[in-house]
Structures are given as C-alpha cells and as structure tokens.
Design a protein around this ligand. Structure first.
Ligand code: CDP
Length: 204
C-alpha cells in the first residue's frame, strides 16, 4: 500500500509522514530530500542540477547519503531550500528523481511525501492526502524548527510556494481524489491519528 502526502513547505508533511509510517510499520520516502541533495551537489560542484542529477547516488534511510556522504544536516540549510525549489522546476531533474521514486515505491508499503506524489509519482496510491495550513502558521513552525525569525521564513516561503505552484512541470496541487486536510489548528498527533484511521479502514 502507498500513502501519498503532498503539500507546501511547513504544512507538517515530514513529521506527519514519519508518524504515520511508524504507526503502520510502513517505510518512509522523503522525496524533498532527493531534490535537496541534487541542489546541494550542483552548488558544490558548480554545475547545473540537470547535469548532476542523473549520476548521483542518493540513499534515504535514517540519514541522507549523497554518494556515500552524510548530508542530512547540509541539505536543510536555507540556501539549499531555495536551490532545491529551483532545481525541482527542471524537467530533466524531475524525470531522474521520479524514476527512482517509482522504483522504490514498487515494492512494499510506503508513506511518501512531497509535492507531486499523488499527481505524478504514484497516481495509483491507495490513499492520498494534501496537507495545507495558513502561510503564517507554516512559517511559525519552520522558524521554530530552524531557530530563525518567522518574518525571514515567511518571505522565503512565499517565493518557494509561488514557484512550486506556478511551475509548468508537475506543479503543486491536490491530486484528484486527495483528502485535503487543513492542519493550521490541528496537533501533529491528531493529523497522524486521522490518517492512520483512514489507512486502517482501507486495509480492512
Ligand atoms: O521541507 P519542505 O517542505 O520545506 O521542502 P521539501 O519537501 O524538502 O522540498 C524541497 C523542495 O523540493 C520544494 O520546495 C519543491 O520545490 C521540491 N520538491 C518537489 O518539487 N517535488 C517533490 N516531490 C518534493 C520536493
């Protein structure tokens, strides 16, 4: 079974997806970490994301490994967030990442999160969620996580959101049949419980 969780930055996708995967004993796929890894490699090698993407070895487990090196911390830097959103608009980059994501999802039970899991990567997913939250609340959560000001996050987030929603290739939008959950006023545990309940209903 595949559970697809999409939504904008700060909607709670990562924490929710991890929680749901752990509750159900499913594997967890953080597709954003792949776009972040491509962006980091491109920045470091001073090449374009499209040039580096096809040859990279990205391993996703407890830690994110880029050609064997632990980049779990480095890929979360704000400069990499911005570069990842630009890299993710490139069709060559998306093609390479989507192929790898589909290969992973073809075996076993997964909770996969990103921007295009329900629309492009796994349109046949048994359960699709689209998590949203107000821009202010999303910025508040991300600022707390990174230890920076909410105003800075809000400005950067607005640019990234507009790019993710407006791009020609795989724009961020709810998949047909996705359950849209506004998490602005919901605790993390509540969101996890609701999704786990939906999944268990489907498994019965
Ligand atoms: O954690 P956050 O929501 O800020 O970002 P992320 O999920 O780590 O993704 C980083 C960037 O990669 C996003 O801004 C998107 O532009 C891109 N992305 C994408 O295009 N498609 C995905 N399936 C996942 C991420």
């Amino acid at each position: 079974m595949v559970i697809a969780i999409d939504g904008p930055a700060g909607a709670g996708k990562s924490s929710v997806a991890r929680g749901v995967a752990s509750a159900l004993g499913f594997k967890y796929l953080d597709s954003g970490a792949m776009y972040r890894s491509v962006a980091l490699a491109a920045l470091e090698q001073r090449r374009t994301p499209a040039e580096v993407a096809p040859g990279l070895r990205i391993e996703l487990a407890e830690r994110v490994l880029l050609d064997g090196r632990d980049v779990s911390g480095a890929i979360r830097a704000p400069a990499v967030s911005e570069a990842a959103s630009r890299a993710a608009a490139d069709p060559t980059v998306r093609e390479a990442m989507v192929a790898e994501q589909r290969r992973l999802l073809s075996q076993g039970d997964w909770v996969a999160e990103g921007r295009d899991i329900g629309t492009v990567v796994a349109p046949g997913a048994e359960l699709k969620l689209f998590l949203s939250a107000s821009a202010a609340e999303r910025a508040r959560r991300r600022a707390a996580e990174l230890g920076v000001s909410q105003a800075t996050v809000l400005a950067e987030q607005a640019i990234r959101d507009a790019r993710d929603r407006g791009r020609a290739h795989s724009p961020l939008r709810p998949a047909p049949g996705a359950v849209v959950l506004d998490t602005t006023e919901l605790a993390l545990e509540t969101v996890v419980e609701r999704i786990v309940a939906m999944a268990e209903k489907l498994r019965r």
